[in-house]
Structures are given as structure tokens and as C-alpha cells.
Design a binder for this molecule. Structure first.
Ligand code: FPP
Length: 247
């Protein structure tokens, strides 16, 4: 039986978050520029989106550009932005065909205007779709997001719209850019790096973490199924004991 056929539909995660890492190393191994790696990374984005839509997973969040990525050479940043615009334009039709809705989290105001316009066009064009939500984390970092949430909550308290005693985990979740999106149950990071890198730090509190050595451009549907298989083998205790779960 194939790995895909062994997956138990009822036990698939509703939300998978992915740190797509290793584009640069993949390109270097081939004597090519880092941008070549990013271009080939788009193929893996397509494969994962298609696989997740087929499996009826509700959300996939991709770490496409972090707040820290602005520090990369201008040439690489510009190439990444232009790749985003091109990919979004080229894929809108396919997203609609597959009933996929596009969403975005991050400090969108800092993105170049053409990227913002294309993103909004695609979000609008796919807004009626009811299958997978593909969420791109762009100019995103958890510390930025949590700082913004703290500012919003402090302002609400200052304006007498919120009591300090009423601040709980739900209030904080509702002030994050992922408001309304369930927390990821599985986080995948490719390329062998064992870090969270400022990605969804609040939301990943109970997520299963899966690390694989595959460089992102080589990541295919089969690799995604293997991550899901591994997820299904984990015992998710949420602070309880194994014995309590068996009752
Ligand atoms: C990390 O690899 C990857 C990125 C910073 C960018 C990811 C972007 C894409 C896959 C292309 C566009 C995406 C979409 C959603 C259309 P790295 O450059 O850090 O690799 P390295 O660690 O090997 O240097």
C-alpha cells in the first residue's frame, strides 16, 4: 500500500505550517544562483498545495518571506518579490480550479506595491473557494506579530474597552494575524535545520514538529505524505498522561 493510502483521513491535521528551507543550498549544489533555487522552490509549493487540497486539509501556511529576510542582498529580495508576483498571477486560475483560497499573514504594508496589488487581486479572486486555505506568511515574524498584538491590547485597556483581568489566551490569539485560523497541528521544516526561526511561535505551542533533510526544491508530494504519516504515529497528550488518553 502506498504511504498516501495508509493515511487515516480522520486523523489528518487541519492546519500544516511549513518552513520552506534549503533553496540556496539546492542551487549552490548545482553551481547556480540562490534565485534559481527559489524558482525551483515554486514547484514544491505547487506539489504541497495540490496534495493538501486532494487530502482536504483545511489550512497550509507557508513561511515565504520573514521579517529578517529583508536583510538579504537587494538583488535576492527583488528577485523573490518578482517571483511572488509572477507565481501569484500564473497560479490564480489553478487555485480556483482546485477550490483553494489564498490568504496572507505578515506586515503587508512593507511589501512593494505591485506585490500587494497582485496579492489582493488573488485573495479577492479566490475568496469564494471553500477547500484548502493557502496562507502565505510574508514579511512575517512572530516577534513582530506578538508586539503588534500587545500594542493593540494595551490600547484597548487604555481606552477602557478591555479590563486587564479579561486578558486571556483567546484575547491574545484574536489579536494575532492568524485570528480565526486554527493553530497548526503539524510544523514541517525542510533542509535539516532544527529551529523555529520566529515562525508562529504562539500558534505552534502544541504542534508536532517534523524535520527532514530534503532541501525545499526537492520536496514532493511523497515527502508531504511521509510527514503526515509521522504525525499520525505521534501521541498527542496536551499535558495529559498516556493512561488518561486511553480512558
Ligand atoms: C528559504 O531558503 C526560502 C525562502 C526564504 C523563500 C521561499 C520562497 C519560495 C519557495 C518561492 C516563492 C514562494 C511562493 C509561495 C510563491 P533559503 O534561501 O534560506 O535556503 P538556504 O538555507 O539553503 O540558503
Amino acid at each position: 500500500m502506498s504511504v498516501k493510502d495508509q493515511l487515516i483521513k480522520e486523523r489528518l491535521p487541519k492546519h500544516v505550517a511549513i518552513i520552506m528551507d534549503g533553496n540556496g543550498r539546492w542551487a549552490k549544489k548545482r553551481g547556480n544562483s540562490r534565485v534559481f533555487g527559489h524558482k525551483n522552490g515554486v514547484k514544491a509549493v505547487r506539489a504541497v498545495t495540490e496534495a493538501a487540497a486532494e487530502l482536504e486539509i483545511d489550512y497550509v501556511t507557508l513561511y515565504a518571506f520573514s521579517t529578517e529576510n529583508w536583510r538579504r542582498p537587494k538583488m535576492e529580495v527583488d528577485a523573490l518579490m518578482s517571483l511572488l508576483v509572477k507565481t501569484i498571477s500564473a497560479e490564480t486560475k489553478t487555485l480556483n480550479k482546485n477550490n483553494v483560497r489564498l490568504a496572507v499573514i505578515g506586515c503587508i504594508d512593507t511589501l512593494p506595491k505591485d506585490v500587494r496589488v497582485k496579492l489582493m487581486e488573488c485573495i479577492d479572486a479566490t475568496s469564494q473557494n471553500t477547500g484548502l486555505t493557502l496562507c502565505l506568511a510574508l514579511s512575517y515574524s512572530s516577534r513582530w506579530e506578538i508586539t503588534e498584538a500587545v500594542k493593540n491590547i494595551a490600547t484597548a485597556v487604555k481606552n477602557d474597552e478591555l479590563n486587564v483581568e479579561d486578558i486571556d489566551a483567546d484575547v491574545i490569539s484574536n489579536n494575532l494575524t492568524t485570528q480565526g485560523i486554527p493553530d497548526p497541528e503539524l510544523m514541517i521544516r525542510t533542509s535539516g535545520e532544527l529551529r523555529i526561526s520566529n515562525f508562529l511561535m504562539w500558534q505552534l505551542a502544541y504542534a508536532e514538529l517534523y524535520f527532514c533533510d530534503t532541501l525545499w526544491p526537492d520536496f514532493q508530494k511523497q515527502d508531504f505524505y511521509e510527514a503526515l504519516m509521522d504525525f499520525q504515529s505521534r501521541e498527542r497528550r496536551f499535558g495529559k498522561t498516556s493512561e488518561q488518553l486511553k480512558k
